[in-house]
Design a protein around this ligand. Structure first.
Ligand code: SF4
Length: 250
């Protein structure tokens, strides 16, 4: 088996203490308070991670209301829909975001581990690891807190999400953890936010092109991701230990 690149240990401050403090201070707050609290605590050591997917406009708009200068990390795996890249550009302009950074997989890793670009056919976990987990971990060096748009109603491992959680030496911030689908829809309508162009074609959660399908009436939003596989997360929201377990098949 090909050796996997090691992910650097990011434990340079006490993430557990930070998450506990932030939760006691801002844990009951609305999403903007959560973002504002994280920004006050971490300053420039705080970033958003966005897929620029079907509901991404909401978190990005909430954050832009607090500060348009928060770094936004966008993972371009090389397998995205062209519509997603165009949506990134449209939203960035519309919201006036000043620091959107496109993160790509390491060329050497891809050359060694996925030279034909078809690793997703045989091993989606490993493909996600090289194209998402490793590049994001690398991009997060220097950040102590990062936020994403995960929500409890999306189910699975997300159903118990808190606003602040410690993971692998950083604090993960989930400003929208307690919002339901109706909250999201109402916010999009109230602020007249643009939708990802694939939403009207039935895509409810949008990732890479080979691993994303539209969903049918009554299916969960994430049912179109890795359809037919026993896989619900790409790995960027799993701990390093959980990723190791997934990759070793245990
Ligand atoms: S979602 Fe699919 S194509 Fe994208 S990184 Fe994961 S396995 Fe590869």
């Amino acid at each position: 088996m090909t050796a996997l690149p090691a992910i650097k240990d990011a434990s340079y401050f006490d993430a557990l203490d930070a998450a506990s403090y932030l939760d006691s201070r801002y844990g009951e707050g609305a999403p903007q308070k959560v973002i504002d609290g994280a920004l006050k605590y971490f300053g420039r050591r705080f970033a958003l991670v966005s897929s620029f997917g079907s509901e991404s406009a909401v978190l990005l708009h909430l954050a832009a209301e607090v500060s348009k200068d928060i770094p936004v990390l966008f993972l371009d795996t090389g397998k995205l829909f062209g519509e997603t890249r165009r949506f990134r550009d449209e939203l960035t302009d519309k919201l006036g975001l000043t620091d959107v950074r496109t993160i790509k997989p390491d060329e050497n890793d891809l050359h060694t581990n996925d030279p034909k670009g078809n690793l997703w056919v045989s091993d989606t976990n490993k493909c996600c690891y090289f194209r998402k987990v490793v590049p994001l971990d690398s991009a997060l060096q220097g950040f102590e807190g990062w936020a994403s748009g995960r929500k409890r109603f999306q189910g699975g491992v997300r159903s118990l999400l808190p606003h602040f959680e410690a993971s692998d030496g950083r604090v993960k911030v989930n400003p929208m953890a307690f919002w339901n689908k109706e909250d999201v829809t109402a916010y999009i309508e109230k602020h007249r936010l643009p939708r990802h162009p694939l939403v009207e074609q039935g895509f409810a959660s949008i990732g890479c092109m080979p691993c994303t399908e539209p969903v049918s009436e009554g299916e969960s939003d994430r049912a179109g991701r890795w359809k037919g596989q026993n896989k619900t997360e790409c790995g960027i929201h799993l701990s390093l230990a959980e990723n190791s377990r997934v990759l070793s098949g245990n």
